[in-house]
Design a binder for this molecule. Structure first.
Ligand SMILES: [Zn+2]
Ligand SMILES: [Zn+2]
Length: 337
């Protein structure tokens, strides 16, 4: 008997990954009639969709970031609540990536497919932890899919930052951090470590922090960096979008130490290239070990890989006796890039 082929009902078309018996796309790169969205990052949550199923948090993020392009018919669903859509059942589970991020379980004719979106397994006080969902087909991201990527403990990286602040009390510490997810995670880890002083923000980061706060994520005292007294910024931690840490904006800060919180900081050359003095390896994506362990733990016999660097992971998948396939999805990128 021929094995059940997932690509008879889950396929890539011109708009992205499409579930035929459900009549919806998952994180399509073009506007569609009906979509399920895993999370609010711009390479997954595009503007112009008609109906969108997502968590309440993701819908709020889409409204805040997309304005006119926000979904016209949003439908919020909670983690773990099965919904029937067409001939399939859809359930969202936490992906541990950013606030509201979800994996999508699609059940059809006794088979279970999980589309992970982006995910990580390590601790993040700002979102629900990753839930392992057993399945037959696992669609995984592969942002950091090389054995060289081992992210380590984000809390140890935050301790490095605090140590530097202690060593250089006259200097501002400007930390490049992506606005949705990374910024709030760095702040939350700082608070966990007992840092209670106000944290200064580049204006572009404020809205997402407010949104996290509105969902009950406590970030403590936050102040706008623009307009702050130079003296107040001595020895202060200032968060800014990665693009701002090397430009004129940060030159107004008192003798800034430049830090960058990203999984890419594992690559020294990249830190040097971006003139990062204090690289902080903090990633919201799974590293090599998390990817390979998650793939094994799902029990899936078939693995589809998205997001670039798939060669090493596909090789690993095949050597462990599973079927692997690279999904050519357009427009996926890492938010730190
Ligand atoms: Zn993402
Ligand atoms: Zn992504």
């Amino acid at each position: 008997m021929r094995p059940e082929r997932f690509d008879s009902w889950l396929k890539v078309d011109t708009k992205g990954l499409f579930c035929r018996p459900g009549g919806f796309h998952i994180d399509p790169h073009g506007a569609v009639r009906r979509a399920v969205i895993t999370h609010g990052h711009s390479d997954h949550a595009r503007p112009g969709h008609e109906a969108v199923l997502a968590t309440e948090e993701t819908l709020a993020i889409m409204r805040a970031r997309l304005g006119e392009g926000a979904p016209r018919r949003p439908q919020a669903t909670a983690y773990g609540e099965p919904l029937t859509i067409g001939d399939v059942t859809v359930t969202l589970f936490p992906a541990g990536h950013v606030l509201g991020s979800a994996q999508v379980l699609i059940e059809y004719k006794g088979k279970r497919a999980v589309v992970s979106g982006d995910y990580k397994r390590s601790a993040d006080p700002t979102c629900a932890p990753f839930a392992l969902v057993p399945c037959d087909l696992f669609v995984t991201e592969a942002t950091f899919a090389l054995p060289v990527f081992q992210h380590g403990d984000a809390r140890a990286e935050v301790a490095k930052l605090l140590k530097s602040v202690e060593q250089f009390p006259e200097r501002a510490h400007v930390v490049g951090a992506y606005g949705l997810g990374k910024t709030q995670r760095v702040i939350a880890h700082l608070r966990e470590a007992g840092y209670e002083r106000p944290i200064y923000l580049h204006g572009a980061l404020q809205a997402c922090c407010d949104l996290y706060e509105s969902f009950g994520v406590r970030l403590g005292a936050l102040r706008p960096a623009t307009g702050a007294k130079r003296d107040d910024l001595k020895g202060a931690i200032v968060l800014a979008p990665p693009s701002a840490i090397a430009d004129r904006w940060s030159r107004r800060l008192p003798d800034p130490v430049t830090a960058f919180a990203s999984g890419w900081m594992r690559v020294r050359a990249r830190a040097r290239q971006q003139s990062v003095e204090l690289p902080l390896v903090i990633s919201d994506h799974a590293d090599w070990r998390e990817l390979t362990e998650t793939i094994a733990e799902t029990g899936a016999e078939e693995i589809w890989v998205t997001h670039g660097r798939e060669d090493a992971l596909l090789h690993h998948i095949e050597t462990t006796g599973r079927r692997g396939r690279a999904l050519a999805l357009i427009g996926r990128e890492d938010e730190d890039q």
